[in-house]
Design a protein around this ligand. Structure first.
Ligand SMILES: Cc1cc2nc3c(=O)[nH]c(=O)nc-3n(C[C@H](O)[C@H](O)[C@H](O)COP(=O)(O)OP(=O)(O)OC[C@H]3O[C@@H](n4cnc5c(N)ncnc54)[C@H](O)[C@@H]3O)c2cc1C
Length: 230
């Protein structure tokens, strides 16, 4: 999708492909991850999301492990802001135990994976590796810097844009939220009257009276909060 199409003060579809073909729709749901705010801003709507860069590392392949995708739970070390899980023949871990590092997405950004930042993440990853037994015994493999979105209240943005009819959002959802976000959105679009949570709790416009700066600082503070708890 290249852009949202607007006519007479409402979204009426999307432009797609090289020739910017117009696909018409009465309602358009933007679920474009960290690119959501870029597309929404083009249509004059501010999405209260802040993108953060997050280190995740893998071991190399561990002998004795097979390709079974998941047979053990994700393990979290809340006191250390570290979590770990198995990925087939490798283990992986992520850590929040570093100063938060935001990123402002632009239309030119083509991937949510950025170069790994040793200066920012190296110490945290080393400490996490010393903590998690699988990482003490196996050499470290791939290291990545992934970008995901935070909101000021750590909840996703689900529902219609108050200021632009026809535009809906399913943004800033964690994997953890995904099933609930889908169901909430379906119930709202189909107007079933059944909601998992009151729609205003996830309304994309719930921070309309907040400044950009307050949104940025509060959302980033959740990342930092995990760090401080360390
Ligand atoms: C390293 C790392 C570890 C994480 N660990 C966890 C975890 O343990 N638990 C958890 O719950 N969450 C975790 N997350 C967060 C989670 O991955 C994200 O919050 C989630 O994937 C966001 O889902 P999404 O569907 O909103 O966005 P995405 O998964 O980014 O999907 C958006 C899609 O929209 C597409 N798109 C963008 N722009 C356009 C366009 N213009 N036209 C068409 N398509 C477009 C993109 O290509 C993409 O496929 C982690 C994130 C990272 C980076």
């Amino acid at each position: 999708m290249r852009a949202l199409e607007r006519e007479r003060g409402r979204v009426v579809g999307v432009r797609v492909g090289e020739d910017a073909e117009l696909l018409r729709a009465d309602r358009v749901v933007l679920a474009a991850g960290i690119w959501g705010p870029v597309l929404a801003a083009d249509a004059g709507v501010r999405l209260p999301m802040v993108d953060v860069q997050h280190p995740y590392v893998f071991t190399t392949q561990v002998s004795g492990l097979d390709d079974t995708p998941i047979d053990i739970p994700i393990v979290r070390y809340p006191d250390h802001a570290v979590y770990t899980r198995r990925h087939g023949r490798r283990y992986g871990l992520g850590t929040y135990s570093h100063a938060p590092l935001s990123l402002t997405p632009t239309p030119a950004l083509t991937s949510a994976e950025r170069p790994f930042r040793d200066a920012d993440f190296g110490a945290a990853v080393a400490a996490a590796g010393a903590l998690v037994p699988a990482f003490r015994d196996a050499p470290q493999g791939r290291r990545l810097n992934g970008v995901f979105a935070l909101t000021p209240d750590e909840l996703p943005l689900v529902g219609p844009a108050a200021e632009l009819p026809g535009l809906w959002f399913a943004e800033a959802s964690w994997v953890t939220h995904a099933g609930g976000v889908g169901r909430q959105l379906a119930n709202m679009l189909l107007d079933t009257g059944r909601h998992l949570v009151p729609p205003e709790r996830l309304a994309p416009g719930r921070f309309a009276h907040w400044s950009d700066e307050k949104i940025h600082q509060t959302a980033l503070g959740h990342y930092q909060g995990i760090y401080d708890a360390h």
